[in-house]
Design a protein around this ligand. Sequence first.
Ligand SMILES: Cc1cc2nc3c(=O)[nH]c(=O)nc-3n(C[C@H](O)[C@H](O)[C@H](O)COP(=O)(O)O)c2cc1C
Ligand code: SF4
Length: 712
Amino acid sequence: MYEHLTSPITIGGMQLRNRIAMSAMGVEIAEEEGHAREPIIAYYEERARGGVGLIITEVAAVAYPRGANAQRQLAVSNDDYLPGLQELTDRVHRHGAKIALQMVHHGKQSRLDTKQGRPVLMPSMPRFKGAMDMANDLSREEIGWLMAATGGERATVKEADAEDIAWVIDAFAGAAERARRAGFDAVELHSAHGYLLSEFLSPAWNFREDEYGGSRENRARLLCEVIQAAKQRAGADFPIWARLDCREFRTPGGITPEDAARTAELAAEAGADAIHITAYADATSGVAFTEGPLAHRESAYVEETALVKSRIDIPVIAVGRIEPDVADRLIRDGKADVIAMARKLLADPEVAQKLSEGRPEDIRPCIYCYTCVAQPFFDRAVRCAVNPMTAREGALGSSEREISATPKRVVVVGGGPSGLEAARLARLRGHDVVLLEKSAQLGGTLRFASLVYEPNERLLDWLVGQVRKLGVDIRLETEATVEKIREIAPDEVLVAAGASRAKPDLPGVDRDHVFDGDDLRALLTGQEDGEASKKLSLLGRIAVLAGRATGITTSPGRLREASRAYMPVGKAVVVVGGGLVGLELAEFLAERGRRVTILEEGPKFGLEMAHPRRWRVLDDLRKHGVELVAGAQIRSITEDSVDYDVRVGKGESEARSTAVDTVILAIGLGPNPGVAATLKGTGVPIKEIGDVTGVGYLEGAIHDGFRAALEL
Ligand SMILES: Cc1cc2nc3c(=O)[nH]c(=O)nc-3n(C[C@H](O)[C@H](O)[C@H](O)COP(=O)(O)O)c2cc1C
Ligand code: SF4
């Protein structure tokens, strides 16, 4: 199992214990001015402890603050940085991993230059204008945060002259030499993602007519000269490689796989010890960001990577949402030599160790929600929705390894994400945990969320698998009554009973073709449906019963497939509420042939989603022909229409009506204090966690559950 992925390899003279590399991630937890101290050292150390063969650090600025993107990114621009970097490499080496420093000049994206009044350095004056749609789906607040990253200043451009080019080469070479002195095993040149070196490589950004522009060879000249100079300064035996884009999506005239293959050949001739293949896209387009560099598609660039590999004799590193099984096959089939993983290692630093021990089911899965990568846009420290310890390893990293000195008997009420996470961590830390779940299945809102968005199902399976494996006493179809709690006699009760749902006060809201979240969840996931199935036609009722009888409703994956054939939802659907729940549901329905209109009262959609995920979902919805109506005030729901007013200007609105077969209410979630209030009568200390205290979605639920378990 994973024998190829877990086998050793040598890059240059550097020996790796396995072929899993942590891909570079800017996490913005270095000190101001770019020094490596806690917490960034603890963050990398945790990934080294988790078994990766190689860590590639985040972007380290070679001439900080010149050519830097953020105040808190790593820097390697002079010897003052060495003590911190030395501590970093020492701590990583302690765990048997190797570490490469990713070196960068951010070119057009040097936000610190703009903030501090310097022009940004580029190969040529830009001509490509781009889609310019990035801000369209952001809130005003988010646009404000984005602007704050450049101090509200607009970038000015300096076209690199001969002196600048010589300075760039010297800065990279000096940085490589310092990296070696700081104990790094190698360096990666960031020559991708629209930063300076890749702007020279790209025909969409480089219009020079000197020896650094024009032909592929000329465009690759700067990169090759940097490689040669770095080798000369740091030593010919010091491994150096380049990260290259195989495509620039949505960029007319941008880099092609053939360009990348030729650049890779030239880099190899110049002395590169490996090539790392990634991708870029139009940086002014929101959704493009989820094609390159932050791939939404699984195995996004593997064919392009294989093409490059077929043309060179040095190792090739692949990246882009590569699952372990695919990773192993890619290496077996000679399509890549090393697999870099980024988000997976934020979600679980122990991916490599768990794979080499043959227990992939224990890996906490990334749900591709983009919360992590949304933060650096706004100059904020990274965080992970499913792993509360990420970027807080110094303070929390050992939480899962520490057994509590005062083990308690704990009841967790509610088997949704917050309850499951609390039960998992509490049990892991040695507490005796009883989990009470009212329905017949674990998962709560996560089960429904799994139906509409597949990566959530992996998280559901992981949470359920972990609480079972750990021996949590799970009692399904068990209501948490005062008597029940007294009978179990716990030291503490954690109430994770989920949010309450209030129906909006609208004419027509009680009609049979109007379903709220509870109805739909009950019907689709086979949970106790109260009144919901009474609203269905005979055929609908039979289908729901059949689903339950065959067990389909217990598996989100099977249900997702079955729902392509039948769902208790008409052809024309209005979803009321364009938040996270409404959007994901609308996508699910549109993919199943429904004609969907989303009515949102506010001016923007999906603001609870991290904005890159929002870009992705909104683009998918628009492609599916879903009508998105913002500023909609519903007047009434009739037998066959939803009537509403839409704001069309200042103080003006227009009356509209949309024909409908089914209306789904994706609004009305709120705090749910009832369960805790009832259980107060037990006299046992009670803590409320997750959505009962106010809707926090998956991230809020998991982080809350984690915190509560730690505080027991
Ligand atoms: C939070 C975050 C920050 C990133 N910062 C960098 C960076 O500093 N340098 C870089 O080359 N790529 C950066 N990336 C891209 C990753 O290295 C990687 O190519 C991308 O996430 C796709 O890999 P994955 O699907 O395994 O996450 C970043 C990704 C994330 C999630
Ligand atoms: S924040 Fe979301 S996308 Fe990022 S690593 Fe965590 S789960 Fe994955």
